[in-house]
Design a protein around this ligand. Structure first.
Ligand SMILES: [Zn+2]
Length: 263
């Protein structure tokens, strides 16, 4: 599933190409992906001018001269510029100088035209790259539950998913079952620093392609080659050599080194 670095890569790729263009014909093919009726959605978008393309957590927010186009890549969504339509194409937007394609094999993605900022975007917590440590620590102290589900909660922080949560907790040597409230200031500082470093490094490597993520030009990311624990079950821990384990927390497969990470 595309997380903050993957969505950032898509947005950085697509923004300079499409800002300033006008949306022409809109063709929609998926009732799962399109929120709202096909005709209403197409009508709301047709003839609008693209003013900005931004990442909000894992969401893509396109500001139009009237309203917004809100996209979420879900599990397998791809936003492609000037690519040919295929069997998994769920939307085709003709722009002034090219075509924007939304492909989504599993159809957990989302495409929504909105007059005002959609709730899915306005209800998000702060971006981990914009936050300072004190604010992060104060927020952490308010939560009794486990640290992993908290980091995945988009109203706590926006943009973190399974990959970067597992990698950041490993880097900070914190067990994913640790209680958020009980994490000391020193260890929380290490966690916060790890989250920011890993996200920035992943953006530099244009995201992680673990299943079928590609950027807007169809290129895979490179950060999967630098993962320390994610997807590494039974492989040696890069720190202690013991086996990486996979456990399930809040229904999510979670990778950790039980020897290096403590609650
Ligand atoms: Zn270890």
């Amino acid at each position: 599933m595309p997380e903050l670095p993957e969505v950032e890569t898509v947005v950085r790729g697509i923004a300079p190409l499409i800002v300033g263009q006008t949306i022409g014909e809109v063709r929609l093919f998926s009732r799962f992906v399109t929120r709202g009726g096909f005709e209403e959605t197409a009508q709301a978008l047709r003839g609008t001018r693209i003013e900005a393309v931004e990442r909000r957590g894992k969401h893509i927010l396109i500001t139009l001269d009237r309203g917004f186009l809100h996209l979420h890549l879900g599990m397998t969504g791809k936003l492609l510029w000037n690519a040919p339509a295929g069997p998994h194409t769920r939307a085709i937007l003709q722009l002034t100088d090219g075509v924007l394609i939304f492909d989504d094999i599993r159809q957990f993605g989302r495409l929504e035209a909105a007059k005002v900022l959609p709730a899915g975007v306005s209800n998000l917590g702060p971006d981990p790259l914009d936050l300072d440590f004190e604010a992060f620590f104060q927020r952490l102290k308010r939560h009794k539950g486990g640290i992993k589900p908290l980091l995945l909660n988009q109203s706590f922080l926006r943009g973190m998913g399974n990959i970067y949560t597992d990698e950041a907790l490993f880097a900070a040597a914190i067990h994913p079952r640790a209680k958020a409230q009980r994490i000391s200031r020193r260890r929380a500082a290490k966690l916060f620093q790890s989250i920011q470093e890993i996200l920035r490094m992943a953006i530099e490597h244009r995201g992680s392609s673990v299943s079928d993520y590609v950027d807007s030009s169809g290129e895979r990311g490179g950060f999967q080659n630098l993962h320390q624990v994610y997807g590494k079950e039974n492989q040696p821990c890069p720190r202690c050599g013991g086996p990486i384990r996979r456990i399930v927390i809040a229904q999510r497969g979670t990778h950790l080194c039980p020897r290096c990470q403590r609650a």
